[in-house]
Design a binder for this molecule. Structure first.
Ligand SMILES: [Zn+2]
Ligand SMILES: [Zn+2]
Length: 331
């Protein structure tokens, strides 16, 4: 089979490898669609993510769908959690101490024709969802978790800073949860167009430093109830702190390139902000499937570009240039 491995920063190679054999408790999966994620781009550009660096040639890909050995189309949860540790038992599998994650560390991900995975983490796809839709359920799950953390209530105002796929999905889930006013920012105009289509009430082209004042002015100085930071830049975190209302909630979903998050303490302190950090998601697949099946969240128009595995290097380069929205590799 064909498998794409990352050997170092910028060094992706397509290999011929034997089809893996399932071990105890595993099933064989024929991979059909894999989304290229911002975190894959961290691996690709820098050869690491946060404090984790490449340990061996790694197959990336954690947003994926496939077909099981008995012909069932499924979306796959890339987090293998143990279900038995203290954190799994208290209902926080996202903090599992035994966590294995597809396309991370020594656990190969989905950018290959076949893989093995535990069937308990397969989620059957309804007819209405395509394979690429199935791959989008993972980032949608992160967005659902981010909105859950915010305790957003009907009638609240929100801001989404950074309108990549996570930001655009968060925006849609925030709107569904009752946010009546949603400000959205990004450095790229085509992403703001998408934000407008997906329910943003006002969009702002960011320039990396002056948007803070513009955003505050748009709320007549009050600020918004909830801010979702999904860009991962220092400027965006500072804006998030700046535009939250006194007593507001800031949810940090972006992954910073430098492994550090900083903001002006006095602003956050005087407003008594609640700052929450998104760590993946918690059992969000059933909700995500339901929302897409019912047409309440549009994942399909986010998947703007589709590439075959043979052209994955091109796909990564394109994602790195921030063209399109989500790039999906279809096998
Ligand atoms: Zn991802
Ligand atoms: Zn666990």
């Amino acid at each position: 089979m064909k498998a794409l491995r990352l050997h170092g920063a910028g060094d992706l190679r397509l290999h011929d490898e034997p089809i893996p054999t399932p071990k105890d408790g595993e099933g064989l999966l024929k991979v059909t669609a894999v989304g290229v994620c911002g975190s894959d781009l961290h691996w690709f550009s820098e050869g690491n993510i946060g404090a984790d660096s490449l340990k061996q040639p790694l197959v990336l890909g954690h947003e994926f769908a496939g077909v099981t050995s008995d012909g069932q189309r499924v979306a796959v949860d890339p987090s293998l959690t143990c279900g038995q540790c203290e954190f799994c038992l208290e209902g926080n599998p996202n903090f599992c101490t035994e966590l294995l994650f597809a396309g991370h560390s020594i656990t190969d991900g989905a950018l290959r024709e076949w893989m093995t995975w535990r069937p308990a983490f397969f989620h059957p796809l309804p007819e209405a969802l395509s394979d690429a839709d199935g791959a989008m359920l993972e980032p949608l799950g992160v967005a659902i978790h981010a909105v859950n953390l915010a305790h957003l209530k009907p009638g609240m105002s929100a801001a989404v800073l950074g309108c990549g796929p996570i930001g655009l999905l968060t925006l849609q889930v925030a709107r569904l949860s009752g946010a009546t006013r949603i400000l959205a920012t990004d450095l790229l105009a085509h992403r703001l167009d998408a934000a407008q289509d997906m329910g943003a009430t006002q969009t702002f082209l960011a320039d990396g430093h002056s948007e803070n004042e513009t955003l505050k002015a748009a709320t007549r100085g009050r600020g918004v109830d909830v801010v979702f930071e999904a860009a991962g830049t220092a400027e965006s975190v500072e804006s998030a702190i700046g535009i939250a209302k006194p007593g507001g909630v800031v949810v940090l979903a972006g992954i910073p390139t430098q492994d550090e998050t900083r903001f002006t303490a006095s602003i956050a302190r005087r407003k008594g902000l609640t700052i929450k950090i998104v760590r993946r998601m918690k059992n969000t697949y059933p909700t995500a499937i339901h929302l897409v099946e019912r047409g309440l969240v549009d994942v399909r128009s986010l998947a703007t570009h589709h590439f075959p595995l043979e052209r994955a290097v091109e796909a990564f380069a394109m994602a790195q240039r921030r063209e399109g929205l989500k790039i999906v590799i279809e096998l």
